[in-house]
Design a protein around this ligand. Structure first.
Ligand code: ADP
Ligand code: ADP
Ligand code: ZN
Length: 243
């Protein structure tokens, strides 16, 4: 059958919407307080769905390690448990979501964190025609979040998360995924954790209502076992992808 221009255009538009394998794209935002399990779940979902996890925290920590201009600026805010200024973060995301590995979607872990970031991201997604499909919110009590953060251990090499009580690596102090050394983040000391939770309540929590009003919100109990939460999230995302 000869391919005419009209059918090519239809095909092109299908691929743009669904990706080359015919699957609908998945653009996901993760909300939830620090320690609610966003990073843990986003990393597993990224593997399962073949879309990148974009963690603004990981991007900033890498910049701090490499002592880049961004890192030197961000470190002061991060160590105090404060947010890095909106314009810096928005610039990072604007560059990141247009990279080729985001063609079939992405999982945002730790962005947006303020109404200004969310509004600016709305404009960006409209302009670039990359609409968000769902916002996942992990619900965890403040006391549990503090316990989780105070015992969190992170791989220096790949960023994978562990916990001294709840999520042990196979070998003590060593990443089960890449054999990298594990460390305790300086901002996971209890006084900084309390400050980060205060900032979360005041500045980030309003985003739950922001996305509920847009009809994008899906709330999941984040106090369950890691694998149970993962299965629930997979169900939500598969439902979104079919629609
Ligand atoms: P966030 O990215 O939201 O800050 P993390 O994914 O880093 O949270 O999780 C915080 C800590 O809690 C980590 O040490 C992680 O291993 C642990 N953790 C994550 N999810 C669970 C869970 N469902 N049950 C118990 N511990 C968890
Ligand atoms: P957690 O999920 O455990 O709170 P992250 O790794 O997401 O930690 O973030 C660590 C720190 O990086 C934050 O406390 C903040 O200083 C900075 N940061 C990360 N994402 C953002 C963002 N979207 N806006 C402003 N600051 C951010
Ligand atoms: Zn690792």
């Amino acid at each position: 059958m000869p391919i005419n221009k009209a059918s090519l255009l239809v095909l092109e538009s299908f691929v743009r919407q669904r990706g080359a394998k015919g699957e609908k794209k998945l653009r996901v935002i993760f909300l939830g307080p620090p320690g609610s399990g966003k990073g843990t779940q986003a990393s597993c979902l990224s593997e399962k769905f073949g879309i990148p996890q974009i963690s603004t925290g990981d991007i900033l920590r890498e910049a701090v390690t490499n002592k880049t201009g961004l890192g030197i600026k961000a470190k002061e805010y991060m160590n105090k448990g404060e947010l890095v200024p909106d314009e810096v973060i928005i610039g990072i995301i604007r560059d990141r979501v247009v990279q080729t590995d985001c063609e079939n979607g992405f999982i945002l872990d730790g962005f947006p964190r303020t109404v200004v970031q969310a509004e600016s991201f709305d404009e960006m997604t409209k302009e670039k025609n990359i609409p968000v499909d769902v916002v996942l919110s992990l619900d965890v009590s403040e006391e549990l979040v503090v316990r989780r953060l105070c015992g969190r251990m992170v791989c220096k090499e790949c960023g994978n998360n562990y916990h001294t009580e709840f999520n042990l690596p196979k070998k003590k102090g060593i990443c089960s995924r890449c054999e990298g050394k594990l460390y305790h983040r300086p901002d996971d000391e209890e006084d900084v954790v309390r400050q980060r939770l205060k900032v979360y309540k005041e500045t980030t929590e309003p985003l739950v209502d922001y996305y509920r009003q847009k009809g994008l919100l899906s709330v999941i109990n984040g106090e369950d076992e890691i694998s149970n939460i993962f299965n629930q999230l997979v169900n939500v995302l598969e439902g979104v992808r079919e629609n």
